[in-house]
Each structure stands twice: as C-alpha cells, then as structure tokens.
Design a protein around this ligand. Structure first.
Ligand code: GFB
Length: 310
C-alpha cells in the first residue's frame, strides 16, 4: 500500500471509521476519500456506483454499517439486516466494478455461533446456531464475508474480511437505549455520581463475559491487515482477554469514582454467554493490541466528559 494511493473509508464519521482515518493520517497517507451521509447515501446503489466511477479509489475499508447494542439489535431486525445488506452490497460490488485493488470488510464477533468453543477460532463460522438477539445483524455480516470471498474466488480480488470483537473508544454511541454496554455504563455511572444516586442498573445478570478492544487498536490492526494480509480467510481482531459485565461495571465505577451498588434488570437479555476471540492468526503475523482495558476506559471517560452533553 503506497502513501499516495487513494483510500476510501466508508463510515468515516463513526467510531471505527474515524479511528481508521486518524491512523491513516498519522502514518502520512495523503489521499483519503470520505463522504458524509448527506453527500452519499450508501443504500442508494446508483449514487454509490457513480461515486466510485468518479473518484476511482484504489483501496477501501467498509467501516460503514448500522450498529447498536443488544437491545436495539433485538428490536430492529429488519433495519439491521436490510440496511447492512444494502450498504455492503453497494460498496463491495462497486469496488469490484471500478477496479478497487484492495478492500477490507469489517464484520463482527457476533457472526460466530452462540455456543462456539472459546476462545473462538475463525473456523467456527457457520458451525452452529447464532445468538438470537443479534441474528439479523450477524447474517448481514456473514453475507458480507461471503461476498468478499466470492469476489476473491471467482474474480481473484484481494477483498479481505476482519472480525473485530466488542469495540469502544472516542466517537462511540452513548445513548442508553441503542448503545453497547461499555459506553452505556460510562454514562450511567457518571450520571449516578453526578446526581448522588446510590446504585446503577445493569441489564441482564451481569454474568456474561465480553472482550473489549479499544478502537485505536482496531484501527492499527486494519492498517496492518491492509498492508500484510491477502487471504480470503477471515481473521479475528481482539484484545485477548475477557471480563464479566459485573467486573466491567466495577472497573468503570472505579474510574468514574462512584461507590454505589450494582442492581440488575432481569427483563433485559444477557445475549451470548461468552465471546472471546482466538487471536493466533493475527498474532502470528506480528500484530498485537497495545491499549489495556483500564487505560482505554480512562481515556474514553475523558473523551465522554469533553464531548458528550449530559
Ligand atoms: O454490548 P452489548 O449491548 O452487546 O451488551 P452484545 C453486552 C452485555 O452487557 C449484555 C449487558 O449481556 C447486556 O445485557 N449490559 C448490562 C448492557 N447493562 C447494559 C446496558 O446498560 N447497555 C447495554 N447495551 N448492555 C452486541 C450485538 O452484542 O455485540 C451487536 O448486539 C454487535 O450485534 C456487538 O455484534 C459487538 O455484546 O451482547
């Protein structure tokens, strides 16, 4: 990958896309293409194709997606399935039609079966039933993986797919209804401390285990994979350790300085019991994460204080 080649990052305003842009800029990549939602509707196949024809990017990252936490995934399966299929089909097919040389598609660890053996190997894909709370999103992402593999097999394209674990960091969504657990707990704990409350409410039992990767580590892995990975086989990107949701909440309480209790809302789903990725494939290539969970929570809390009105 040369520094002057044009790189299109779809989804550059999101948490993942914005982190990839920061990383590319820091490394001196000069020709980065972006379009806002107002400028280009990624669900519109004609508009997307016209954009690719006009701009002819050489490299691209599919970081655009409709994403959300466990509750909104469960409530809005139509939107999560359909919008993600439209976005990725338009981007990946236009990339092929207009000669993109390298494409990185970002999936998710929820593509793996609900009860996959842990840590989850890439070979676990399609070996069992999915977690129902995010089945629609997972099926869209699996379709994206399969489309990239089909372009690789049928037309020899260098279209690769990475599977990130649960992510967090700057530009995350802190809305309590639609967010993932880590930003939701930062907001809940911060607001409880501000209001002098005695407890916060966790959804589910607090027993599920999750692995959290800071989005700046993901961005570094994405650039690493663009430069060093040319296989159609999917590749996991994670942190390598997981924690219970309770432990995550306790750590956030410590960082925020909240000493109240944890209560549990059992009307909310737990989701998959555990989701820890096996990182052997990525580590054997020479990449590893750098940002510890504690350090990442501290810096994300600072970002929240400076950027999110409460
Ligand atoms: O991060 P999260 O929404 O999604 O929830 P998943 C993780 C765990 O945290 C679940 C619990 O067991 C939740 O019940 N939890 C506790 C909370 N309190 C809260 C809270 O206030 N808000 C939220 N959101 N959770 C997502 C998928 O699954 O993982 C997506 O829905 C995506 O498709 C993403 O793949 C990576 O980890 O369960």
């Amino acid at each position: 990958m040369q520094k002057e080649q044009s790189i299109y990052v779809a989804g550059h305003r999101g948490m993942v896309g914005s982190a990839i842009i920061r990383k590319l800029q820091a490394l001196g990549f000069g020709s980065i293409l972006t379009r806002t939602r107002e400028e280009l509707d990624l669900c519109n196949s004609v508009a997307v194709r016209a954009f690719f024809e006009a701009e002819k990017p050489r490299i691209m990252v599919v970081a655009a997606a409709k994403v959300g936490g466990i509750l909104v995934n469960h409530e809005k399966p139509v939107e999560f399935l359909l919008e993600n299929l439209y976005i990725q089909n338009n981007l990946i097919s236009s990339a092929y039609e207009t000669g993109v040389e390298k494409l990185l598609f970002l999936g998710s660890s929820c593509i793996y079966p609900k009860f996959a053996p842990q840590p989850i190997l890439e070979s676990a894909l399609l070996t069992g039933e999915l977690e129902p709370t995010n089945e629609a999103y997972a099926i869209a992402k699996i379709a994206g993986i399969k489309l990239c593999q089909a372009y690789a097999r049928e037309y020899g394209k260098n279209f690769i797919s990475a599977m990130p674990t649960n992510l967090y960091g700057p530009n995350d969504n802190f809305d309590l209804h639609t967010s993932h657990v880590l930003p939701a707990l930062i907001r809940k704990v911060h607001e409880a401390r501000q209001k002098g409350e005695n407890s916060i409410v966790l959804w589910g039992t607090g027993r599920p285990r999750r692995e959290f990767l800071h989005v700046d580590d993901l961005a570094s892995a994405c650039v690493f994979l663009l430069e060093n990975y040319d296989s159609e086989e999917i590749i996991n990107v994670g942190y390598g350790e997981d924690v219970t949701i309770c432990k995550l909440a306790e750590t956030i309480c410590e960082v925020v300085g909240f000493t109240g209790e944890l209560d549990f809302d059992s009307s909310k789903p737990d989701g998959t019991p555990r989701k820890l990725l096996d990182l052997s494939r990525l580590i054997s290539l020479g990449w590893k994460p750098r940002i510890s969970l504690l350090e990442g929570i501290r810096s994300t809390y600072q970002w929240f204080l400076q950027n999110v009105p409460t």
